[in-house]
Design a protein around this ligand. Sequence first.
Ligand code: ZN
Length: 91
Amino acid sequence: MSKIKSVKAECTSCGATGVYSGFCEARGEAVVCLRCSGTGCEVVRYTPFTKRRNRKGIETVSNSRGGFIATGVGAVGASISYSSFKKGEMP
Ligand SMILES: [Zn+2]
């Protein structure tokens, strides 16, 4: 069904340099990057998207207020049925 693929990407911790130099390292000093073991490369694994999946137990769908608790989360506005959403409608 879902086939996992992988791609070689630049290490996100060291910017593909293989070395890290931050607050704990003296000026001019670096340590071997822990994330990539100094290779500068990390393998990213992902599942290519083919189609939207069904989620069990959902009855209605609304728009989201946001993603930060401080500014507000949860549903906002009118909702539609999950079956309408699956047919392509948006709340
Ligand atoms: Zn690295």
